[in-house]
Write a protein that binds this ligand. Structure first.
Ligand SMILES: [Ca+2]
Length: 199
């Protein structure tokens, strides 16, 4: 699809080039004709802009498809595991550079899906960063956009998470605790899972 777009774009560029060549020398042509060809060029320019927009959209869709194929797809989003240990900030930057964010489950179903995918892709007893932290204000847990989270899944049966106060401001999902969350030191290095919204 993208190649077709490029080919159409090239053809249009040829047309624009030809039109510009036809225009010269402009002095000999009547003013009315100049206005007509200028309008035609504007129209072609607009068409090229539209094609470029469509092309970038196609590229985005293609990238997203690749992510979903490599990772896993749930309702409204795809997860892609990165099995390399990184600090919270580095992991967050890595997801952003891939066009996503650190995974942030919004409800129990999403948390279960993320937990299942983590066990399959990273390990049964792994811990992965979530896109959730209380760096700005102690005890006020926010997602990567700075919005207060509504869904929480802290481990509270054996321990009373979050319990790290100011020394632990980033959240992880734990495989050993059946997908429950713990707060952790943001500088700790953990694998992570990026999420990508499907539009
Ligand atoms: Ca804290």
């Amino acid at each position: 699809m993208a190649f077709t777009g490029v080919r159409v774009l090239l053809c249009l560029l040829c047309v624009v080039h030809a039109s510009l060549q036809q225009q010269s020398p402009p002095k000999k042509k009547p003013a009315k004709k100049d206005a007509t060809s200028s309008a035609a060029i504007d129209e072609i320019k607009q068409q090229i802009e539209d094609i470029l927009q469509e092309l970038s959209l196609l590229k985005e869709q293609q990238a997203l498809q690749t992510v979903c194929l490599k990772g896993t797809k749930i309702h409204g989003k795809c997860f892609l595991a990165v099995n390399e240990k990184k600090s919270y900030h580095t992991a967050n930057d890595d997801c952003i550079s891939k066009g996503g964010t650190l995974s942030t489950p919004l409800n129990g179903d999403e948390n279960d899906s993320l937990y299942d995918y983590m066990r399959k892709s990273i390990g049964q007893e792994a811990q992965v960063w979530l896109g959730i932290n209380d760096m700005m204000s102690e005890g006020s847990w926010k997602d990567v956009t700075g919005t207060n989270i509504k869904f929480k899944n802290w481990e509270t049966e054996i321990t009373t998470q979050p319990d790290g106060n100011r020394s632990q401001n980033c959240a992880v999902l734990s495989g050993t605790a059946n997908g429950k969350w713990f707060d952790e030191n943001c500088r700790a290095e953990k694998p992570f899972i990026c999420e990508f919204n499907i539009v």
